[in-house]
Design a protein around this ligand. Structure first.
Ligand code: AMP
Length: 172
């Protein structure tokens, strides 16, 4: 199955110049959705993963399913101000300005073996910040997975110390 056929590219969303990869067209198709879950699961099974850490908000969709299938816990990484309890924060640079992500302080223990997941790898800034949060908590990052990778943005460069996988790639 070519999952690219199920991704809708929306030009100039949310702002001019961005080619937004809309995954709702994949999610609404039961066969494509199941196929994508299996492909992601096959990448991560048998690695002893104890926690799946996923990034708000589209990362939660596959992240939670993967955690359940892998027999691991699920940990959300969220935008500032959303998590209620004590948290760690990491700021990263965007094209214009900065952004932050947060994780609960008690979400991960040293010794946890972590799969990090998000829907899409663009410049890699968001995932690099998430890696820092996980490592600050003393856990080991076993793997990073994405549904989609925009290869031409070279986000992998920021993540070169890790085992990075994606199941759909765009070269332009
Ligand atoms: P980055 O930090 O540049 O790798 O951006 C990754 C985050 O931004 C992910 O959480 C994506 O959901 C979102 N994102 C960036 N570019 C796109 C795009 N072209 N289409 C959909 N989502 C995107």
């Amino acid at each position: 199955m070519d999952l690219k056929n199920y991704i809708r590219t929306v030009p100039d969303f949310p702002k001019t110049g961005i080619m937004f990869k809309d995954i709702t067209t994949l999610l609404k198709d039961k066969n494509a959705f199941q196929y994508a879950v299996e492909e992601l699961y096959n990448l991560s099974k048998n690695k002893g993963i104890t926690k799946v850490v996923a990034i708000e908000s589209r990362g939660f969709i596959f992240g939670a399913i993967l955690a359940n299938k892998l027999g691991a816990g699920f940990v959300p990484v969220r935008k500032p101000g959303k998590l209620p309890a004590e948290k760690l924060s990491e700021t990263y640079t965007l094209e214009y300005g900065t952004d932050s992500i947060e994780i609960h302080k008690d979400a991960i223990q040293p010794g946890d073996i972590v799969l990090l997941h998000d829907d899409l790898l663009a410049t890699g800034g968001t995932m690099e910040a998430a890696c820092k949060l996980v490592e600050k908590m003393g856990a080991k990052i076993a793997q990073i997975s994405f549904l989609i990778e925009l290869s031409f943005l070279n986000g992998r460069e920021k993540l070169k110390d890790y085992d990075v996988h994606s199941i759909i790639q765009y070269d332009e």
